[in-house]
Design a binder for this molecule. Structure first.
Ligand SMILES: [Zn+2]
Length: 274
């Protein structure tokens, strides 16, 4: 049995900074870190994915979809699907129920308008769900969610005591580029990791996960973070490690969610349910 490998990229651009502090709209140097994602990191990432012929998934806030049409076009030309990542990247727990619903609607409209395709999956911009989030995901008809950390396997997403039909594809901070590399001179004490340390983490995680049944290996990355040469080296070496092992299959999230759904419906892999 091969291990599904899901390379995911959250292209937040400057919303990563403006959502955390609205004052950052007046800080061009700070914002320029976000511009680096679609303008510089993205072309390098697409080139790498093409060279190794591997699938990926992008989660993009609607505001970024609207601001960077050429970047969106290049992702679509590469045959990569764009999924929902809110509209403005606002932290969900700061929003009223109405504001959260508006974030869903505007993000949805931006993606449909730019791509002609309805997004199938949703990832939180804030690493958290509110009491309204799962209901909104159902209302919009999402097939999958990629938010929780409670398992290394796909499972149906719970809403309180109720199990939904949304497939949750969990990930982990250890498999995300931001904890290792995201730096801000306004967060004192935070430093950056050596690329070699991240490669060691990701390949050891893959080796462990791929030895177990019904698991998947999901990396969560950001073009403004992983798009630098030293960090792309980590991604490239990880891809090579998986391809040389011959045990992985690179898939888009929507395709994997549909593939795994019958197994979950039969009740063979409902582990780790929240
Ligand atoms: Zn994000």
């Amino acid at each position: 049995m091969t291990t599904p490998v899901l390379l995911t990229f959250d292209m937040d651009a400057e919303t990563l900074w403006t959502a955390r502090d609205p004052e950052s709209t007046n800080r061009p140097v700070w914002l320029s870190q976000g511009h680096y994602g679609p303008n510089v990191g993205l072309p390098r990432i697409l080139s790498l994915l093409e060279r190794y012929e591997v699938a990926a998934t992008f989660f993009i806030p609607g505001l970024v979809v609207e601001r960077y049409p050429a970047a969106v076009e290049s992702i679509l030309e590469a045959g990569i699907e764009i999924e929902h990542h809110s509209y403005s990247h606002a932290w969900s727990e700061t929003l009223t129920a109405e504001q959260e619903a508006e974030e869903f609607q505007r993000g949805w409209d931006a993606i449909v308008s730019a791509t002609g395709r309805e997004p199938r999956g949703w990832r939180s911009p804030a690493g958290e769900l509110t009491p309204h989030t799962v209901g909104l995901m159902e209302q919009f008809g999402f097939d999958f969610s990629s938010n929780l950390f409670g398992s290394d396997s796909a499972h149906f997403l719970a809403d309180g005591d109720r199990t939904t039909e949304i497939v949750e594809l969990p990930f982990a901070w250890a498999l995300d580029d931001a904890p290792f590399f995201l730096y801000s001179n306004r967060l004192p004490g935070r430093s950056m990791s050596a690329p070699s340390a991240v490669l060691e983490t990701w390949t050891l995680e893959y080796d462990g996960i791929s030895q177990e049944d019904d698991t998947h290996f999901m990396l969560g990355m950001h073009p403004q973070v992983v798009g630098r040469p030293s960090r792309l080296w980590v991604l490239e070496q990880t891809i090579r490690h998986i391809q040389e092992a011959g045990t992985g299959e690179f898939l888009g999230c929507a395709g994997y969610a549909e593939r795994v759904r019958p197994r979950l419906t039969d009740g063979h892999a409902g582990v780790g349910r929240a």
